[in-house]
Design a binder for this molecule. Structure first.
Ligand code: KIV
Length: 287
């Protein structure tokens, strides 16, 4: 558990961790309390991921998430995060039409949302967009493999890079994004051997989610890892807690105890002095 007085991390700390042979930890949070929990746990990066469209907003995927929604959540998260690097996801449509959009929306994420850096999905076709944002002064984390914003193009939530050609393309993508100046890259849902080779060939850190243990770091979505999302669980998720079960039980217990007169008890109530209560009865009776 990190001391809340620990210093704020920077992107250079990530590279230093990798150089020391240590792992990087990144967790997706969606609001003030979840960001406080994640920040205080000692992880390096809090991802303000557009997966919040599913875990916090109830959409069926990340496609409908807007820049306004991302900034709204980023503001709450940035009020909580004292130590971790805040990575703000740019949603679908925020950087796809032109580089100006990418720069303007990256600036919004940093200026309004309070993020330290931004993340954008896509391979070598987005390298020049990533470079434009980096050149404008905002560090970029890349994201390749399963890129949920382009789910229709990929044919659904599917493992990527399974064929020799597709795996080789992922390496090309990663190298192009590194050359573009990205400081780290998320590898999502790709075969572990492909992810390990990409990690070996890159200088910048790789952060895997469903990409095996050979990556420089690991990312999980908080709602998945603590069991707060009941729709589906990808194979790569490990559930470390059952918060859904705990909260459901608390809600049932609350109703049972109220029905049975076990809540609230005297310790949950506020008292009034006897003479004050007598005066109160007189006052209401005299009306
Ligand atoms: O939105 C998100 O949480 C992500 C991670 C799955 C990498 O992009």
């Amino acid at each position: 558990m990190a001391d809340s007085a620990d210093k704020k991390l920077s992107i250079f700390d990530l590279q230093e961790k990798v150089d020391r042979g240590e792992k990087i930890f990144q967790v997706t949070a969606v609001d003030f309390p979840t960001a406080q929990l994640v920040d205080r746990s000692g992880v390096d990066c809090i991802l303000i991921g557009d997966s919040l469209g599913m875990t916090a907003l109830g959409y069926s995927g990340t496609v409908p998430v807007t820049m306004d929604e991302m900034v709204h959540h980023a503001k709450a998260i940035s009020r909580a995060a004292k130590r971790s690097i805040l990575v703000g996801d740019l949603p679908l449509g925020a950087y796809h039409a032109c580089k100006e959009d990418a720069i303007n929306n990256a600036m919004r994420m940093v200026k309004e949302g309070g993020a330290d850096v931004v993340k954008l999905e896509g391979g070598e076709e987005f390298a020049s967009t990533a470079k434009a944002v980096v050149d404008a002064g905002i560090p970029v984390m890349a994201h390749i493999g399963l890129t949920p914003q382009l789910m229709s193009k990929l044919g659904g939530f599917k493992v990527q890079g399974k064929s020799a050609i597709a795996g080789a393309q992922l390496l090309k993508d990663a190298l192009a994004l590194e050359r573009a100046g990205c400081f780290a890259i998320v590898l999502e849902a790709i075969p572990d051997r492909v992810a390990s080779l990409i990690t070996e060939r890159l200088r910048i850190p790789t952060i895997g989610i469903g990409a095996g243990s050979g990556c420089d770091g690991q990312n999980l979505v908080l709602h998945d890892m603590v069991g707060l999302f009941d729709r589906f669980a990808p194979k790569f998720v490990k559930k470390y807690a059952d918060c859904w079960g705990m909260i459901s039980k608390a809600l049932t217990d609350f109703q049972t105890e109220v029905k049975q007169g076990q809540f609230p008890l005297t310790e949950h109530s506020f008292s009034m002095k006897d003479d004050e209560y007598r005066a109160f009865l007189k006052a209401v009776d005299s009306d």
